[in-house]
Design a protein around this ligand. Structure first.
Ligand code: GAR
Length: 215
């Protein structure tokens, strides 16, 4: 896979600030991926407008129209596969994926989770970090496996938690960091430097024991 050939599908459910970071990097010539399609499970996701504004094709299906999780996921994959994506980027896609979907794109799905994994899988991560009195917090990019927010980690953006900061402000700060680390992980994948093998993350031919940390 050469640089310009890495075709990505970006999956969103909401505002799409991470999607915007990808769009801006690609436009600036700093990230050699082709964002072939942006998919949302929510028709009113603002990220769909960001994609259209950037001239990127969009697609939307709603899970309520399908009998179960796997049949929805099969329909999503049929949409995405029209673009033959090399990489699936979950950017605030708030759906648990079926084992079928994970296997269909095995080793080619990235997710970003707003916590320093393995801390705080699931929801409400910023408040949980504050409640625990953590001195550091952040966000982690990882390969997706069947385990929710549990796949092998790639890169974490980490920041110090300021005294008295609110959960909303912490979320804004973490998201600003996400906009740096997520495109970085996608760039490594597109360059062929990042791979998933034997259930592990490999970067530059070495198995990562811990994620790369960006402060
Ligand atoms: C991001 O902060 C991302 O970490 C989080 O959703 C936000 C989406 O923001 N993802 C999850 O919580 C997944 N478990 P965005 O729509 O502005 O990119």
């Amino acid at each position: 896979m050469s640089l310009a050939q890495c075709k990505a599908a970006i999956l969103i459910s909401g505002s799409g600030t991470n999607l915007q970071a990808f769009i801006d990097r690609v436009r600036a010539g700093q990230l050699a991926i082709d964002i072939a399609v942006v998919f949302s499970n929510k028709p009113d996701a603002f990220g769909l407008q960001r994609a259209k504004q950037a001239g990127i094709e969009t697609s939307c299906l709603q899970h309520g129209d399908y009998a179960d999780r796997e049949s929805f996921d099969r329909a999503v994959a049929a949409e995405l596969d029209r673009y033959a994506p090399d990489l699936i980027i979950l950017a605030g896609f708030m759906r648990i994926l079926s084992p079928w979907f994970v296997r269909h794109y095995e080793g080619r799905i990235l997710n970003i989770h707003p916590a320093l994994l393995p801390l705080y899988p699931g929801l409400n991560t910023h408040q949980r970090a504050l409640d625990a009195g953590d001195t550091h917090h952040g966000s982690t990019v990882h390969f997706v496996t069947d385990e929710l927010d549990g796949g092998p980690r790639i890169v974490a953006g980490r920041l110090a938690v300021a005294n008295g900061i609110s959960a909303a402000q912490l979320q804004d700060n973490v998201q600003a960091l996400e906009h740096q680390v997520y495109p970085q992980a996608a760039a490594w994948f597109a360059e062929g430097r990042l791979r998933y093998r034997d259930g592990q993350t490999w970067l530059d031919g070495k198995q990562l024991q811990e994620p790369v940390v960006i402060d």
